[in-house]
Design a protein around this ligand. Structure first.
Ligand code: CAA
Length: 260
């Protein structure tokens, strides 16, 4: 039996998933995509997991893209299946009922940037390089990159990244709104875990409400989106955590949320 290409560890409500193919810069082959899909499904269902952090092994790469050696031998039908496998994983991450943070510790290229963009927040090391270099291989992004990059950074930046295929540095990615924070490489883990800890102690039902309202509400028109927001807002009045949060504010104490 071969070892799983995805490592998992838990600490205080935070599940850290690490893609572990450092000799191939954590490139996404089918086995890794399937292992990630299973890992995110399990994290989504586990009530003890409040936040997921995703990163790559080794000091060099988050993920350097879909596995080029594996893609090289695919037929068009298999290429379609490969794209759908990747897109299904990205959609699973995006629709996770709890926050997912990409800890971008190096190259995030092609499928690697697509993976980071499917997460809800992105913290990048100042040494990271991000891009959609598929045109250099005679390809285009196939795991949702043309669509998520467009929604995150707009048409001009998307066309620039996808047409030219040249990677950008973390500072430029921050400027484009492609990452939320850039920190010195040495502080990446501590800064990301600080953010994760903050989310792990927040009210899980409220976090889920935000994710649903922004992601699902954002995919329809303003009228439906506003109605969806109201429905999520109203639903939270049925939660004990909403009573606890407002009680704690009024009593000038720290809230203790129970995920109820
Ligand atoms: N797929 C398969 N193997 C990869 C890989 C990838 N995407 N990226 C790197 N590797 C492998 C290399 O082949 C090499 O393996 P060997 O030691 O066995 O030769 C190893 O990882 C180390 O890589 P390099 O020697 O190339 O490292 P470097 O420091 O010289 O360069 C790099 C680093 C600039 C990231 C370079 O590896 C690179 O350009 N990688 C490919 C990036 C890319 O094109 N990604 C997009 C893939 S297509 C895609 O993702 C499609 C999609 O949307 C679904």
């Amino acid at each position: 039996m071969t070892a799983s290409p995805v490592l998992s560890r838990d600490a205080d409500g935070v599940r850290v998933l690490t893609i572990d193919r450092p000799d191939k810069l954590n490139a996404l082959n089918r086995q890794t995509l399937e292992a990630l899909d299973a890992a995110f499904a399990a994290a989504g269902e586990d009530p003890d997991v409040r936040v997921v952090v995703l990163t790559g092994s080794g000091g060099k790469a988050f993920v350097a893209g879909a596995d080029i050696a594996e893609m090289n031998a695919l037929t068009a039908i298999e290429g379609r299946e490969f794209s759908l496998l990747g897109q299904r994983l990205m959609r699973r991450i995006e629709r996770l009922p709890k926050p997912a943070i990409a800890m971008v510790n190096g190259y995030a290229l092609g499928g690697g940037l697509e993976l980071a963009m499917a997460c809800h927040l992105r913290v990048a090391a100042d040494s990271a390089r991000l891009g959609q270099p598929e045109v250099n291989l005679g390809l285009i992004p196939g795991f949702g990159g043309t669509q998520r990059l467009l929604r995150l950074a707009g048409r001009a930046a998307t066309l620039e990244l996808c047409l030219l295929g040249a990677p950008i540095d973390a500072a430029r990615a921050l400027q484009l709104g492609l990452v939320n924070r850039v920190v010195p490489a040495a502080d990446l883990e501590s800064e990301t875990m600080k953010l994760a800890a903050q989310l792990a102690s927040a009210a899980p039902l409220a976090l889920r409400g935000v994710l649903d309202a922004v992601l699902l509400g954002g995919e329809c028109g303003i009228e439906e989106g506003l109605q969806f927001e109201t429905a999520q807002f109203a639903l939270l009045f049925a939660s004990e955590d909403m009573r606890e949060g407002t009680d704690a504010f009024l009593a000038k104490r720290k809230p203790q949320f129970q995920n109820r």
